[in-house]
Design a protein around this ligand. Structure first.
Ligand SMILES: C[S@@+](CC[C@H](N)C(=O)[O-])C[C@H]1O[C@@H](n2cnc3c(N)ncnc32)[C@H](O)[C@@H]1O
Length: 364
């Protein structure tokens, strides 16, 4: 047929134009200064949902999660141990459908696999190709999702680098309160949140600009002009060589159980102390988490742990370099406007010298 090549070219041209327009739209939406010229203003929450949905439609985001062996081993084991034959399960934020598929293979009677992102079209294809049955895909945000009766298990992977930044607590507890059986299970449910004083490896350390003296060129005069943009004061990394050591003994500054917590219970301020056991320069505070299922099954994003789940970044809350000796104490206060929004977090610390503490103890 003489028209076939022409038709094929037209179809290719049309789909190239569509994907070009989609890329331009995404590019505009990612630029807050330009996007109001093209799009009506939405609420911050709507903007976040939109950003989240588009981020997870990106195949590379999904690849990074799926290739994270620690993450997948943790979920595989958790599902094997806790999903029982005949369970009705919600997989909140199913992505490519991997956790829903594992739950189905474990014998779940029905899995509602919900996601608000366009990734769901691939999840549907994958389930058919892998002969997964009992999984019902629902394209929706979880807050708009409903089932006919309550479910036995809510399965989810909603942890952001800073644990709370993908709105895990609000998303999961909303489904828990509406759709989980009274003794139903949330998998995973226990999370430990860490904020540890760290020393950064000298070769990797990037001080604030006013702390720099580069080849005798002194930058301290720029201190008067400290940036107001809060994102300047934290950085994200997955570099295992970044953190040289923790100054104190790490312990969670907050532990939550999604079976019982409510978003309103998260404290607006946490104050904690660390006695310095590994002397050195304090360069900042590492934010990371540990998820716990049973006593022995954990998933960690600890920046000093070679067994950490590698695809999660960890955040460093930066501070000016300050030398600490063994026995000194760092008292830190973390004040949080909204837990899912790192830009609303503020941190300060006070140094108590070991020598002064010894004097005070002797006086008592
Ligand atoms: C971190 S990914 C996990 C994907 C998949 N469960 C896995 O473990 O590979 C989170 C997914 O949840 C989806 N998501 C986030 N919040 C959601 C919400 N409130 N309702 C529905 N989907 C949501 C995102 O689009 C994304 O696909």
């Amino acid at each position: 047929m003489p028209f076939q090549p022409l038709q094929r070219i037209s179809v290719r041209l049309f789909s190239s134009c569509c994907s070009l327009l989609e890329n331009i739209a995404n590019w505009i939406q990612d630029r807050p200064r330009i996007s109001p010229w093209f799009y009506k203003h939405h609420s911050a929450e709507a903007d976040y949902r939109d950003h989240n949905g588009r981020m997870f439609a990106n195949l590379h985001e999904q690849e990074r999660m799926l290739a994270d062996g620690q993450r997948m081993a943790f979920y595989q084991q958790a599902i094997r141990q806790h999903i029982k034959r005949g369970d009705r399960v919600i997989d909140l934020g199913t992505g490519t459908g991997i956790l829903a598929a594992l739950a189905s293979r474990q014998g779940a009677a029905h899995v509602y696999a919900i996601d608000h992102s366009d990734i769901l079209k691939h999840a549907r294809t994958l389930a058919i190709a892998n002969q997964i049955e009992n999984v019902e895909f629902v394209a929706t945000h979880s807050s708009a999702f409903n089932t006919e009766g309550p479910v036995d298990v809510i399965l989810h992977e909603q942890m952001g680098d800073c644990l709370f930044d993908e709105d895990m607590v609000a998303n999961v507890t909303d489904l828990r309160d509406r759709l989980l059986k009274p003794n139903g299970l949330i998998l995973p449910s226990v999370f430990e949140f860490f904020c540890e004083p760290i020393n950064i490896t000298n070769a990797r350390l990037v001080p604030f600009i006013w702390e720099l003296n580069v080849c005798g060129y002194d930058y301290s005069c720029l201190e008067y002009n400290r940036p107001q943009d809060s994102s300047y004061y934290h950085l994200s990394s997955s570099d295992l060589n970044l953190v040289d050591h923790f100054l104190g003994q790490p312990e969670p500054v907050l532990t939550i159980d999604l079976h019982t917590v409510n978003a309103a219970d998260l404290p607006p301020q946490i104050t904690f102390t660390r006695e310095v056991i590994n002397a050195g320069r304090l360069d900042g505070f590492a934010i990371y988490f540990r998820a716990r299922v049973d006593h022995d099954l954990t998933l960690s994003s600890d920046p000093t742990d070679p067994q950490r789940a590698p695809h999660w970044g960890f955040r460093i809350l930066r501070c000016e370099g300050e030398i600490y000796a063994e026995g000194d104490v760092i008292e830190t206060t973390l004040t949080v406007g909204k837990w899912p929004e790192l830009d609303t977090w503020r941190w300060t610390h006070v140094k108590q010298l070991a020598a002064n503490r010894a004097l005070a103890t002797r006086a008592v």
